[in-house]
Design a protein around this ligand. Structure first.
Ligand code: ACO
Length: 324
């Protein structure tokens, strides 16, 4: 049986790092009040990175992809499928995946974007896994890349302190050794309004509001419930139990949601990979950024079982259990 297995990981953060105190000082100039204390206590976030105005998702994705391809011991031309998870694409079309493909000097392989907001990376990984198992690809580049700073309303303190920019990538390769063990994806479009950017482009104009709107408490409640259920469903599909999980790598939105999920799965908190403190919420990029940090930091080792979990706008959620 053919599995799909992670051959290499990579990530990239734009150089401008903004601490809570620095952001609070910038917001104070607009008459918006916030503090390091409030942000850390409610979210666990201490800093985030913001890309320069001219830097696009595909540019962040290119850096992360080159690191992942190098870690896999491959050349860009070895890649035969590109999937980019993003909600902040470079253009309305073509896809950021096609733009990334050109930047990497790859010609001819399929390339497309997946849009599932903060669940985007688990969606993209699941699609790539299915295509590899079906024989449609052998070496997939799966990327999460975002410039959420572009869609933040810096007059809304309830959202603008939460997000950051960045990209993470993996090379997923066909393998006889186990890699991805089980996946589980869901969506419930009844909750479109709790987290959205309700704008669109029409007749040369932006219609509606092109800025992020979120009912934080509604998102919090939905997230806590579905993350536990999706992890359990994924474990059951792989005939595994919570005790088999070596590392929980959830979407990095809020430390309280992440710790609550770990507790519900009876996992000690030292099995939880946390980067939200340094990256903020980077939407589809957060899981591959956290994964790469844990791999390069020497915590995640070959053979470890990882539970990746995403949750976000849509409402969407899902999980991937894999042996690294
Ligand atoms: N600084 C200071 N005070 C603030 C700030 C801020 N940045 N933001 C809100 N407040 C105030 C509010 O105005 C409110 O004041 P009031 O009581 O005088 O009205 C008070 O703090 C409490 O506000 P709440 O919204 O009740 O705060 P809560 O404890 O719910 O925390 C938060 C808000 C952090 C947004 C939380 O609800 C949360 O994390 N929700 C989940 C969000 C999430 O995970 N989103 C990402 C999903 S992924 C995706 O798809 C993009």
């Amino acid at each position: 049986m053919t599995f799909s297995r992670i051959a290499g990981t990579g990530s990239y953060l734009p150089p401008r790092r903004v601490t809570n105190d620095e952001l609070a000082a910038e917001l104070a100039q607009r008459g918006i009040e916030t503090s390091d204390e409030w942000i850390v206590e409610r979210t666990g976030i201490r800093a985030r990175h913001f890309a320069a105005p001219e830097v696009t998702s595909s540019e962040l994705a290119e850096h992360a992809s080159r690191h992942a391809i190098e870690a896999a011991g491959l050349q860009p031309t070895d890649i035969d499928l590109i999937i980019v998870a993003t909600s902040t694409p470079d253009m309305v079309f073509p896809s950021s995946a096609c733009i990334l493909q050109a930047k990497l000097g790859i010609v001819g392989c399929p390339a497309f974007d997946v849009q599932a907001v903060c669940s985007g990376f688990v969606y993209a990984l699941t699609v790539a896994d299915s295509m590899i198992k079906a024989g449609a690809a052998r070496r997939a580049l799966v990327v999460g890349a975002e410039v959420f700073s572009r869609i933040l309303d810096f007059n809304d303190r309830t959202t603008c302190v939460l997000f950051g920019d960045g990209a993470g990538a993996v090379v997923l390769e066909a393998s006889e050794k186990p890699g991805i063990l089980a996946t589980d994806l869901h969506a419930d479009g009844r909750h479109v309004g709790v987290l959205c950017v309700p704008g669109s482009v029409s007749g040369g104009k932006v219609l509606g509001e092109p800025l992020l709107r979120m009912d934080g408490q509604a998102v919090f409640k939905l997230a806590v419930g579905v993350l536990e259920a999706s992890a359990r469903a994924t474990l059951a599909k792989a005939n595994c139990t919570e005790a088999d999980i070596d590392w929980l790598i959830p979407h990095q939105a809020n430390i309280r949601i992440m710790q609550s999920t770990a507790r519900k799965l009876k996992l000690p908190l030292d099995k939880l990979v946390v980067t939200v403190d340094q990256h903020g919420n980077t939407s589809a990029a957060s899981i591959p950024l956290a994964l790469d940090a844990a791999v390069r930091g020497g915590r995640v080792k070959r053979g470890d079982k990882l539970m990746l979990e995403g949750v976000g706008g849509g409402f969407t959620w899902g999980a991937v259990l894999l042996q690294y």
